[in-house]
Design a protein. Structure first.
Length: 249
């Protein structure tokens, strides 16, 4: 994990696993949700990767990300089919064995009607040695947590339910505060001023989001910081820059 950052900053990465995402057959709906939930929790999502259903690529990504960030979250590849290889890949990344977990087996046996708990479905009970289970209130097949890596399903409503179960267990950092300023101007009219304001206020992050509605250009400016004072100072500077640009129109 990182050691060159303040203790009140908690970082994370999100690893999306699946050929179907890279081919475009499935449109990812999880990245934005994970980003929103982590931000509200006070955790900085610093990196997102998408990798195919390839053991070597998954192992490489997991080991790189888990050494760099406080938490890693993955989605995809823990279902019953032959190409669901995430659990095996995570076990390999951690250098542990994997087998049918009695806790997971009991959950799934209770969920399926007699005769429906097939060998394919039993694959979803294969969990790396030493991992804790992540509750799945939707389809019951559990995810798992090993080290700082949280392994969840790819189906959005299932992944989101699993994430809800995980969030209370996480160490949260200081939440990011934000202010927004609406500028009835095209982004180009205030770009230079924003660049200088960002340089003058390094404790903040300033986002610029241009909009075009019925041929009328405007820009939403979002200022983010962890402390109120620098946030207020930067916001005042942005408001002054917008007012100056309007007066020169």
């Amino acid at each position: 994990m990182q050691s060159d950052k303040p203790n009140d900053i908690v970082t994370a990465a999100f690893l999306v696993i699946g050929d179907e995402i890279l081919s475009g057959r499935t449109k990812d709906k999880n990245i934005g949700h994970v980003a929103d939930v982590l931000t509200m929790t006070g955790i900085d999502l610093r990196e997102v990767r998408v990798v195919p259903d390839d053991e070597e690529r998954i192992v490489e990504a997991v080991n790189a990300l888990r050494s760099r960030y406080d938490y890693v979250f993955t989605s995809g590849g823990i279902g019953p089919t032959h190409d669901d290889i995430t659990a095996d890949s995570i076990a390999k990344a951690f250098g542990v064995s994997i087998d049918y977990d009695p806790r997971a087996m009991a959950i799934l046996e209770a969920h399926y009607a007699p005769g429906q708990f097939t060998d394919a479905r039993k694959r979803m009970a294969r969990i790396p040695t030493g991992a804790d289970l992540i509750e799945n209130p939707v389809s019951k097949a559990p995810g798992f947590r090993i080290g700082n890596v949280h392994v969840m399903a790819g189906v959005p409503n299932i992944m989101q339910a699993m994430l809800d179960a995980v969030v209370p267990t996480l160490r949260a950092g200081r939440k990011i505060l934000s202010r927004s300023v609406d500028a009835p101007l095209p982004e180009s009219r205030i770009a230079d001023a924003l660049r200088q304001i960002q340089k003058d206020h390094p404790e903040t992050v300033i986002g610029s989001y241009p909009r075009n509605q019925d041929g009328r250009y405007s820009t939403q400016l979002v200022i983010r910081a962890r402390d109120e004072d620098p946030l207020n100072r930067a916001t005042e500077a942005v408001e002054a820059a917008v007012a100056a640009a309007l007066s020169n129109a």
